[in-house]
Ligand binder design. Structure first.
Ligand code: FAD
Length: 586
């Protein structure tokens, strides 16, 4: 094979899937003169074969695409909006024809932060084109080897093109090649053993259907309060050892994505790994989903036998990085795939920026952001622990979803908006909090999961805890409450997004949630047991500890508040005078 060329880049990205193209665009937008190469064997004209999975976005992944990648208008004009999230459990397993046969929680409305259902083939084709126009070099070939070198020496990437092979050199190499785990396998960096990932042992089957009967959606939700189109919401259906997604991915052909995640101890792969078997499963257990499929034409079918994996390291001091599916994936419930990808991309860009600028803190950033990514990915793995036992139990699972949403809106979303995850001090505190909440032993999550196990075993009914409502804890609280009003008040001033205020309140309401769970689930003796009050005291102490940090933070930024965009406008406005007379125009 001829080695015909040798080129040197600042950054080489292996893989032009979602993670690779987004990383390239983020680098090009933030470091205008950077020399980026991106490599992928697939034809840049993406076809039906490229109907990849990972279509639903949530607040963080949407904000990343809209603001960080400046793609808001593009998304509005080319992809389907996401108007809410709905969860369903059958009232009687033998009757699942209509939504009235299901218990339901969730909402249908335009969200505060725009979210989208993206058509991945279209997105990848369009953004690949955009980044080439911005100056990235696209090599349509396959990476066959990466020679990694220590510290700041140049790495070598060997690419097999159609007729030849080329060798590229780079200071920074990013593995965004998904489940090929190019760096993961080379350095034994990838974790595939389910035992090392809290026992998650899942597979997934999915399909796309076009020209579906929209009346099925109208029949689903019109009677349930909603202020937006129900077709454009994400719907989830649950049962023992599995959950299902139904969501739109095309605005013109009425095309939807339908998929099932199954825990293999409950549902074996061989029971659902063909289209016919999957349809039979739906017909028997979720007839409404079966009818939806039968109302249109099936476009594809896919089965992935193993979903979960993780990486020991995400950012290395030797200038290699793993992002997207190459780094981690656990379970698509809550759509964390693109969220963790977005966080990883922003960390990598900031490290490369600091490295190229030869900033003294660059290596510390590499180390700290790696710790942040490892801790965040690992905490996500704990989010799915014991799912197999809980998914099908409507009452227990609704409590679990409620609690997990408290962290999403009360911690992760404000953390992202205020860019707190790039702050060293916050990262240290965040890692400590993760240990307390989601550590392997005696953590808050493991305690709750054990209690949920007990409640499922004794078939308890604690009522449905609807995460979309605000009338179940104290003072009109609901998990999606933004304490800081940062969406309204921190416009263009991210330092005003006070994540500590959100965390303080979240921990307080967690204590209330915990008390309610103990009394409802375990009766008066459970409520007054020492265990309950020890945990409540821990949560309130954490809330108090964060409250002190919050006051310190407020004190530190008090000067900055006078220099903000809003403050400047207010000052200018002091000289405002009404001018009723129009300027002559002809
Ligand atoms: C069933 C399921 C449902 C999911 N649902 C969601 C969801 O709703 N929301 C969400 O946020 N996430 C979801 N995810 C996760 C999401 O799909 C992934 O996070 C995302 O697709 C990862 O994109 P990626 O670019 O890292 O990988 P990929 O999309 O796999 O891209 C990898 C690219 O690398 C290229 N490549 C491979 N080998 C080489 C090589 N040797 N040289 C060069 N290039 C190479 C490939 O051609 C490909 O283009 C889901 C995942 C699964 C499995």
């Amino acid at each position: 094979m001829n080695k015909t060329q040798q080129q040197v880049y600042d950054v080489i990205i292996i893989g032009a899937g979602f993670a690779g193209i987004c990383q390239a665009r983020h680098l090009l937008l933030n470091l205008p003169n950077i020399k980026v190469a991106i490599i992928d064997p697939r034809n840049p004209e993406r076809s039906i074969k490229d109907l990849k999975i990972g279509e639903s976005t949530v607040e963080i992944s949407s904000m990343f695409m809209c603001k960080e990648l400046a793609l808001h208008e593009y998304l509005l004009e080319n992809h389907a909006p996401k108007y809410g999230l709905n969860y369903h459990w059958p009232k009687n397993q033998a009757q699942t024809k209509s939504v009235n046969d299901y218990y339901h929680m969730g909402f249908n409305r335009t969200p505060l932060i725009d979210s989208f259902h993206i058509n991945r083939a279209k997105f990848e084709q369009d953004v690949l084109q955009m980044i080439q126009e911005m100056g990235a070099t696209f090599h349509n070939g396959r990476v066959v080897d990466v020679e990694l070198t220590p510290c700041d020496q140049l790495h070598t990437v060997t690419v097999k093109l159609d007729q030849a092979s080329i060798e590229l050199k780079t200071k920074h190499v990013i593995d965004a090649a998904g489940r090929r785990f190019i760096i993961g396998k080379k350095l034994n960096n990838v974790v595939l053993d389910s035992e090392e990932m809290t026992g998650i042992n899942t597979g997934s089957a999915w399909l796309r259907v076009k020209n579906i009967d929209l009346n099925i959606f109208d029949n689903i939700y019109n009677k349930i309060n909603g202020t937006a189109s129900s077709y454009y919401s994400t719907k989830h259906f649950f049962g023992t050892g599995h959950w299902i997604w139904v969501l739109p991915i095309d605005t013109k052909q009425k095309e939807i994505s339908i998929g099932l995640v199954h825990h293999k101890n409950s549902i074996a792969a061989k029971q659902i790994n063909t289209l016919e078997k999957l349809k039979s499963f739906f017909k028997a257990n979720h007839e409404i989903v079966y009818n939806l499929i039968e109302s249109g034409q099936c476009i594809d079918f896919n089965y992935l036998p193993r979903l979960a994996h993780n990486s020991k390291q995400h950012l290395s001091q030797d200038n290699w990085y793993v992002i997207g599916d190459a780094a981690q994936m656990f379970d698509p419930l809550y759509s964390p795939g693109l969220v963790v990808t977005a966080l990883g991309i922003e960390c990598v860009t900031e490290v490369i920026r600091a490295k190229l600028a030869k900033e003294p803190e660059a290596e510390k950033k590499q180390d700290m952001y790696n710790k942040f990514m490892v801790a965040t990915a690992t905490s996500y793995s704990r989010l799915y622990q014991n799912h197999e036992k809980h998914l099908g139990h409507a009452s227990v699972m609704s409590w679990r979803i409620y609690m997990e949403n408290m962290f999403w809106f009360g911690n992760l979303v404000p953390m992202y908006i205020g860019k707190w995850f790039l702050d060293f001090h916050f990262i240290n505190e965040h890692i400590k909090a993760i240990e307390f909440l989601a550590g392997p032993q005696n953590s808050f999550f493991s305690d709750l999961h054990q209690q949920f196990d007990q409640l499922v075993e004794c078939d308890a009914n604690l009522g449905i805890m609807d995460f979309a409502r605000t009338d179940q804890l104290l003072w009109g609280y609901g998990p999606s409450k933004y304490f800081d009003n940062f969406l309204e008040n921190s416009r263009l001033d991210p330092h005003q997004c006070n994540v500590l205020l959100c965390l303080k309140n979240t921990f307080f309401f967690l204590a209330v949630f915990y008390l309610k769970l103990r009394f409802k689930g375990f009766g008066i003796w459970g409520g007054f047991a020492p265990k309950t009050w020890i945990r409540v005291t821990q949560l309130l102490s954490y809330s108090f500890y964060i409250a002190i940090g919050e006051k310190i933070y407020r004190f530190k930024v008090r000067q900055l508040n006078h220099k903000t965009f809003i403050e400047k406008m207010r000052q200018e406005f002091k000289t405002y005078q009404y001018q009723p007379k129009l300027h002559p125009w002809n």
